[in-house]
Design a protein around this ligand. Structure first.
Ligand code: SF4
Length: 408
């Protein structure tokens, strides 16, 4: 399962880099992202840092526009350090996983105020010193922006390496992940580490894709054991270094789930079954009024500064206990709104609009949506969460989640 032949490693690096030079996608962070910009002008915000944080759990096509707006607004560490969380959330609105933006900004503050404006330049320091920078992001920044010969392991790299070396044990288990990191560190090209890492990830994103990999076009197919196994069938019955599947190898597929020839190379990687997301229900009320020019306005309230969707704005909402009947739901929401606005809100006055389902990574959330038109002003207790009235246009420009946009 390992790369032990130095000549093969050399050949793989050469093939992969030549392919990358020919075929890489033109992505905005690649223009400024390589070794150079951040090294020559240390005050610049490293492009790869922003793009890698945005790309976590998010598609490239979605990220491009957010990335361009972010870099235009905060091109330097200093500029980002001075931004408010509100501004960060407004720009991040719709990208999901909001703590990423918050931590990026906190990390820029830390660099400016505690590290004399100097970005850490090794993977070890980046991971140790900057909030929100894990092992993968640290490796990406250190290799791409600062030229450190260190590997990276993300979902794409896991898939490519598991196929190259027929690793069929649970690819999310710590033991397998550790071996993949060792492999990535051994493979990374010493003179072009950033390009090599990007090439490996690019291969996973465009050629060695999850469902129908383009093996014929693959620049490293001659090094791929999954491909060899697909083409030549079962290896020889006598186990050798390439066929360690006999006798509890920790990297081979488990005995109960052997190679399935109908799957070909997509036998790899394998993952343990995903945990089911938690199911949650929340009652939410769109309070509306006519503003001074007769324009419809909505009341939004700010969420607490920590936890899920920290600091974002939403319609007044209330988590519902499991198995609550519709009538009861309406009553608890009316009680909540009465206590909050001081208005004599009655359950019968709430109009049921419908349900909105939104899937967060680990929560299957249903919003039970009501509306309540109000005449006259509502004075809210300022000791409670911050709140404000917004027009539809202002609502969309505010730091609101995609789920709340669906609710509206
Ligand atoms: Fe992936 Fe196919 Fe290339 Fe192997 S040959 S690395 S399975 S695309």
């Amino acid at each position: 399962h390992l790369f032990s032949d130095p000549a093969e490693i050399e050949a793989l690096r050469g093939n992969l880099l030549a392919w990358y030079d020919r075929c890489k996608r033109a992505l905005p962070w690649r223009t400024l992202g390589g070794i150079g910009a951040s090294t020559l002008i240390p005050a610049l915000l490293p492009a790869v840092w922003v793009s890698e944080i945005m790309l976590q759990q998010t598609q490239v096509a979605t990220v491009i526009d957010y990335y361009n707006r972010w870099m235009q607004k905060w091109p330097t560490l200093q500029a980002l350090a001075q931004a408010s969380l509100e501004e960060v959330n407004e720009l991040w609105a719709g990208l999901g996983y909001y703590s990423r933006g918050k931590r990026l900004q906190e990390a820029a503050r830390k660099v400016v105020s505690e590290l004399a404006g100097q970005m850490p330049r090794t993977a070890e320091d980046l991971q140790k010193l900057l909030p929100g920078v894990g092992r993968y992001t640290a490796g990406a920044i250190a290799s791409i922006s600062y030229g450190q010969a260190t590997g990276v392991v993300d979902g794409n790299v896991i898939r490519v390496l598991c196929r190259l070396r027929c690793i069929g044990a649970d690819s999310s288990s710590p033991a397998v992940i550790d071996r993949l990191w060792d492999m990535a560190n051994a493979l990374v090209d010493r003179s072009r580490p950033g390009d090599f890492n990007q090439a490996l990830m690019e291969l996973g994103a465009t050629v060695c894709v999850p469902k129908a990999p383009l093996c014929r076009e693959c620049p490293v197919k001659q090094h791929c054991r999954a491909q060899r196994r697909k083409l030549f069938g079962k290896p020889t019955p006598v186990p050798d270094v390439e066929d360690c599947g006999v006798g509890g190898c920790p990297l081979c597929p488990p005995a109960a789930e052997p190679w399935d020839s109908s799957l070909g190379v997509t036998n790899f990687p394998r993952k343990a079954a995903k945990k089911q997301p938690r199911v949650a229900r929340t009652a939410t009320c769109v309070l509306e009024r006519r503003g001074c020019h007769g324009t419809l306005e909505y009341l939004i309230v700010q969420r607490p500064s920590s936890g899920l969707l920290a600091g974002l704005w939403e319609f007044p909402s209330l988590p519902l206990a499991e198995g609550l009947q519709e009538e009861k739901q309406r009553e608890v929401l009316a009680d909540h709104l009465r206590a909050w606005t001081g208005w004599p809100v009655v359950a019968g006055g709430l109009r049921f609009i419908g349900e909105v389902v939104h899937i967060f990574s680990h929560i299957h959330q249903t919003y039970v949506v009501y509306s309540l038109p109000l005449d006259g002003d509502v004075t809210l207790d300022s000791a409670l969460s911050p709140s404000r009235w917004v027009t539809q246009e202002e609502f969309h420009a505010s730091a609101v989640s995609t789920a709340m946009k669906k609710v509206l």
